[in-house]
Write a protein that binds this ligand. Structure first.
Ligand code: HEC
Ligand code: HEC
Ligand code: HEC
Ligand code: HEC
Length: 157
C-alpha cells in the first residue's frame, strides 16, 4: 500500500490532501519548513534533550567562527538547516538524525510508531545516518560507529 493510501485509511481526507500535495512543491523548500527544532522535542523528551544538550552535536554550530557559520560548505554538516540564513536551529539537532518533525510530532502520531514512520520519523538511526557527516569529516581518526554511538547515548537499552 502506498503511504498516501495508508494515511487515507488512518487519518482521513484532510491530512492526506495536505501531506500528498506537499510533495509537488519544491523539495528543498518543503524540507526546510518541515523542521521544528529541538525545543519542540524537549517538551515530551526531556531526558533525551538533556543528554543531547551536553553532547558536541548541540554545539556544532558554535564551534565555527562567525565567517564559517555563513559558509555553506561547513554548514552542510554543522547545523540542522544549512540553507537557513538566520541559522535559528543551529547545531546537529534531533531532526538531523530522526528526520524532519513537522508531521510526526503531534502526540497522537508519536504514539503510533507505524504512522510516525510514514510521517518521516527515523526511529532506528544506523551507521549510514552518521556517515553522511562523519565519513568525510576533516578528522584524521576514522569513524567507528559502535564506540561513537555509546558517546551520544540518550535511549534506554
Ligand atoms: C507531544 C509529545 C511529543 C513530541 C513533541 C515529540 N515526541 Fe517523540 N515520542 C512521544 C511519544 C509519546 C513517543 C512514544 C514512545 C514513548 O512513550 O516514549 C515518542 C517516541 C519517539 C521516538 C521513538 C520511536 C520508536 O518507534 O521507538 C523517537 C525517536 C522520537 N519520539 C523522537 C522525537 C523527536 C526527534 C521529536 C522532535 C522533532 C519528538 N519526538 C517530539 C512524544 C513526543
Ligand atoms: C562532511 C561533513 C563536514 C564538513 C563539510 C565539515 N565538517 Fe567540521 N566536523 C565534522 C565532524 C563529523 C566533526 C567531528 C568529528 C571529527 O573531528 O572529525 C567535525 C569537527 C570540526 C571541528 C572540531 C570541533 C571541536 O569541538 O573540536 C571544527 C573546528 C570543524 N569541524 C570546522 C569545520 C569547518 C570550518 C568546516 C568548513 C570549512 C567544516 N568543519 C566542514 C563534519 C564536517
Ligand atoms: C546524532 C544522531 C542523533 C541525534 C542528534 C539525536 N538522536 Fe535520538 N537516537 C539516535 C540513535 C542512534 C538512537 C538509538 C536508536 C536505535 O538504534 O534503535 C536514538 C534513539 C532515540 C529515542 C528512542 C529512545 C528509546 O529509549 O528507545 C528517542 C525518543 C530519541 N532518540 C529522541 C531524540 C531527541 C529528542 C533528540 C534531540 C534532543 C535526539 N534523539 C537526537 C540518534 C540521534
Ligand atoms: C548532520 C551531521 C552529523 C550527523 C548526521 C552525525 N554527526 Fe556526529 N558530529 C557532527 C559534527 C559537526 C560534530 C563536531 C561537533 C563539535 O565538535 O562541536 C560531531 C561530533 C560527534 C562526536 C564527538 C566527536 C567524536 O568524533 O568523537 C560523536 C561521538 C558523534 N558525533 C557521534 C555521531 C553518531 C554516532 C552519529 C550517528 C548516529 C552522528 N554523530 C551523526 C556531525 C554529525
Amino acid at each position: 500500500m502506498s503511504p498516501c493510501k495508508l494515511l487515507l485509511a488512518t487519518v482521513g481526507v484532510g491530512v492526506v490532501v495536505a501531506l500528498c500535495a506537499s510533495s509537488s512543491s519544491s523539495a528543498a523548500q518543503v524540507i526546510e519548513h518541515d523542521f521544528v527544532g529541538a525545543e519542540r522535542c524537549k517538551s515530551c523528551h526531556e531526558a533525551e534533550f538533556a543528554a543531547w544538550q551536553i553532547s558536541p552535536h548541540a554545539k556544532a554550530l558554535e564551534v565555527l567562527s562567525p565567517k564559517e557559520q555563513k559558509d555553506p560548505r561547513c554548514l552542510q554538516c554543522h547545523t540542522l538547516v544549512p540553507t537557513d540564513t538566520q541559522q535559528s536551529l543551529g547545531g546537529v539537532q534531533c531532526e538531523s538524525c530522526h528526520g524532519p518533525g513537522r508531521h510526526y510530532t503531534p502526540e497522537w502520531v508519536m504514539r503510533d510508531a507505524e504512522l510516525a514512520g510514514l510521517l518521516n520519523l527515523v526511529a532506528k538511526v544506523d551507521a549510514n545516518a552518521c556517515a553522511r557527516c562523519h565519513s568525510d569529516s576533516p578528522s584524521l581518526r576514522p569513524f567507528d560507529f559502535a564506540s561513537s554511538r555509546v558517546l551520544i547515548k540518550h535511549w534506554k537499552d
